[in-house]
Ligand binder design. Structure first.
Ligand SMILES: Cc1ncc(COP(=O)(O)O)c(C=O)c1O
Length: 366
């Protein structure tokens, strides 16, 4: 048996007619840039997240970049974030000339540990950027309380977490800005790149709208320099269709997670911990094992897809040597980076396939 890590072709065949129709409709009206489907999708995402505004942009990376710009982050500023994330989280900070300041993670959730934040705040700190890793929200109440106390902005990197909840509120709606990615492999994935910023602040929403079209308002009048970062009409049309299925797909992911959790109980496998205040959407089902390289070999031999998110923490990336971090600075992050491995969790995974994954892992960790 060959078990794919993710098989997007299955998703496509399950809703093929609706998706084909959505794409053909855009091809026929030919409003490829900022067509009506963009606004329609933005409205749906705002409603889904419980925010006043949603602004489509070209990628999750740009959602973060534009949000930080709207916060006024620029050269010399500091942004506090986690070292345990995809590169974009840090990349956007340095692209603005600012400095990422990393804090360690909570060992159970892999998310930023709020108690580590305050000691990293300096006169240069402008914002805090928590990441809702693998689809589970960071502990946002203490984070937003610290931000309020020190007059800082909070930008949620919710790239992996659309639909996830913290104390019944949706990811993205928990702070000043929520940033989503529609990279194809995300739970809500486009047929290419796409992203979204959600916010409740009308001024900030306006700023993001300006920034995505070269800073223009009105057209051809530029009071600031922005970017070319719009969500394609075709992508918006596709995403609108898929949004209708998102909660059902999330339920499937949660069922698969439950099956894995039960199967790995009592074994040398640390399964994901879903905090009581959270609703995890399992963008990834990530386990931690002591001998990860052996497990990787066994999975490979058995043709079971898997991946490591992420093998090198951000503070130890070569391009960030100039920041002066060294091994041992974020001990929990560094230990977890050596132990974690993600296994198939996509909604269309069959019971037979999941069972094969479970039995293979059980043999490997004995
Ligand atoms: C945590 C995190 N932040 C940011 C991004 C960037 O999103 P995109 O690939 O859409 O630019 C991603 C996904 O790729 C991500 O997983």
């Amino acid at each position: 048996m060959n078990v794919a890590f993710l098989d997007l072709k299955r998703q496509y065949s399950s809703i093929k007619e609706e998706l084909d129709q959505a794409v053909f409709s855009v091809l026929s009206h030919a409003k490829f840039i900022m067509g009506p489907e963009v606004k329609a999708f933005e409205d749906k995402v705002a409603e889904y997240c419980g925010t006043k505004f949603a602004i489509g942009v070209a990628s999750g990376t740009d959602a973060l970049l534009l949000s930080l710009r709207a916060c006024g982050v620029g050269p010399g500023d500091e942004v506090i974030t986690t070292g345990f994330s995809f590169f974009a989280t840090a990349g956007v900070i340095t692209r603005l000339g600012a400095v990422p300041v990393y804090v360690d993670i909570d060992p159970d959730t892999y998310n930023m540990a709020p108690e580590q934040i305050e000691k990293k705040i300096t006169a240069k700190t402008k914002a805090i950027m928590p990441v809702h890793l693998y689809g589970q929200c960071a502990d946002m109440d203490p984070i937003t309380a610290i931000a309020k106390k020190h007059n800082l902005k909070v930008v949620e990197d919710a790239a992996q977490a659309i639909g996830s909840k913290y104390k019944e509120k949706k990811a993205g709606s928990l702070s000043d800005f929520g940033c989503f990615s529609f990279f194809p492999s995300k739970n809500l994935g486009a047929a290419g790149d796409g992203g979204m910023v959600v916010t409740n602040d009308p001024k900030m929403a306006d700023m993001i709208r300006m920034l995505r079209i070269h800073g223009a308002k009105p057209k051809y009048y530029h009071s600031i320099v922005g970017y070319n970062s719009r969500l394609d009409t075709i992508q918006a049309a596709i995403l609108s269709v898929k949004l209708r299925y998102l909660d059902g797909w999330t339920e499937k992911r949660r069922e698969h997670a439950e099956v894995y959790n039960k199967a790995f109980k009592g074994l040398n496998v640390i399964t994901p911990k879903e905090e009581e205040s959270n609703y995890h959407i399992y963008h990834q089902y990530t386990i931690a094992v002591k001998n990860r390289e052996r497990l990787r070999e066994v999975l490979k031999e058995n043709q079971i897809g898997h991946d490591v998110y992420y093998p090198v923490p951000l503070h130890l990336q070569e391009c960030y040597k100039f920041l002066g971090y060294k091994e041992g600075d974020l001990p929990v992050t560094e230990t977890k980076a050596k132990e974690i491995i993600s296994i198939p969790i996509y909604p269309e995974l069959t019971a037979e396939e999941q069972n094969f994954v479970i039995e293979t892992i059980k043999r490997a960790v004995l």
